[in-house]
Design a protein around this ligand. Structure first.
Ligand code: MG
Length: 389
């Protein structure tokens, strides 16, 4: 089998965007002169890649990170490395793309572009072998995939309470909220962040796991104090308290707290995660398969993590992550972004793909008989997208 063509499509959302009370800590929220500290992290486009073969199989991959830039990288740099190659050689092709781009790549948009292509290659492999991708990665390790509900964007306590009650009723046994108050709000803001957690804990009781997202928004002294204040609330984890490059500070932070620390949503490749493991910096890894290096790199990181007693709970739902969760003993559950109106970008994939797994009673199932990733591109309801090829 040979790769004959690669198409990249940028899905740009031009429809309505719901603006709600979505203020939370971000990496720029601790800088002066910020009027909208969320702006850099909302995204309203998505990259889809299709790899065509001479045997008629078409593999689908995607990148949510920096999609306009990843499109350019694929079109101008990576596409020519794959044309004419056998798509079944995923290990070789990953290495060819990684090594050819290493001078300007290594992390960020280049690895997201490689990830999109690697996912499409594994999709082809599954379609050709008539097996779901998770079967090729190691098969079924669990009866179903448990999920936690990832939303609670508001910092209005009453809305938080209502939302949390609702998710619990829907059968979710875990849910994640966001630190609504940035570092610049000082001690008063920290108290309010803790108050938000307290309200959710009191609403859902002791049997529901609660996670807290900090989205890289704090520094070491703030994080240390915040963790101390959060001790009574039995959190499942606190996520991305500092910048991803502060590996040394995460390692130090772990000495001060019993609350599990998670991160890795903005870390890349087996090399990046090896650095985290060596430093004993985190308890939970949260790579996204469409950023970290695709299935080829994700399965290596799962093996390393498992060996070190670190859990893998990928960022984002989406099929590319669910196949990893299903096939790895390192991974106890998946994140679940429900289908909602377009709000921050995380929910956009629901509008582009058919075949995404929908949670019932907080659980997801993958079909043993659906080959490849199990996804197709929507052909209807695309009126609000501008699709740039
Ligand atoms: Mg996160």
């Amino acid at each position: 089998m040979k790769i004959t063509n690669i198409r990249t499509k940028l899905y740009q959302w031009n429809g309505p965007v719901k603006t709600t009370d979505t203020v939370f800590a971000t990496p720029v929220s601790l800088l002066p002169f910020q009027t909208d500290s969320q702006a850099a992290y909302r995204f309203f486009s998505w990259l889809v890649v299709e790899i065509e073969t001479d045997e008629g199989y078409v593999g689908i991959g995607n990148a949510g990170l920096c999609p306009d830039v990843t499109k350019l990288i694929i079109d101008s740099k990576l596409k020519s490395l794959l044309i004419g190659e056998n798509p079944m050689n995923t290990e070789y092709l990953y290495e060819k793309m990684y090594r050819s781009s290493v001078a300007y790549g290594r992390k960020g948009a280049v690895i997201a572009a490689i990830s999109a292509l690697d996912i499409a290659l594994w999709d082809i492999k599954g379609l050709a072998l008539k097996q779901p991708v998770f079967m090729l990665l190691g098969g079924r390790t669990k009866e179903y995939i448990s999920t936690y509900y990832s939303r609670l964007y508001t910092r209005n306590l009453e809305s938080l309470q209502k939302e949390a009650e609702h998710y619990k009723k829907e059968g979710f046994t875990g849910m994640k909220l966001r630190c609504g108050y940035p570092l610049t709000d000082g001690l008063a803001g920290m108290k309010k962040n803790v108050e938000m957690v307290k309200v959710v804990r009191e609403t859902v009781g002791d049997d529901v796991e609660i996670m807290l997202e900090a989205y890289m928004g704090f520094n070491f002294p703030y994080a240390k104090q915040l963790l101390k204040e959060l001790e009574p609330y039995n959190l499942r984890w606190v996520e991305e308290l500092m910048l991803p490059d502060e590996i040394h500070n995460f390692a130090k932070l772990k000495q001060y707290t019993d609350i599990p620390l998670s991160g890795g949503e903005h870390e890349y490749t087996r090399f990046g995660f090896y650095d985290l493991l060596k430093a004993d910096a985190l308890d939970i890894f949260q790579f996204d398969t469409n950023r970290v290096g695709g299935f080829t790199e994700a399965q290596k990181i799962c093996t390393m993590a498992h060996l070190h007693g670190v859990e893998v709970i990928p960022h984002g739902g989406q099929m590319h992550n669910l196949h990893v969760v299903m096939s790895s003993f390192a991974s106890p559950m998946a994140e679940y972004f429900p289908q909602t109106e377009i709000e921050v970008g995380n929910e956009m994939f629901w509008y582009i793909f058919d075949g995404e797994a929908v949670a019932e009673n907080g659980k997801l199932q993958l079909d043993d008989n659906k080959p490849g990733m199990g996804l197709t591109l929507k052909t209807e309801g695309l009126e609000n997208f501008k699709i740039i090829e």
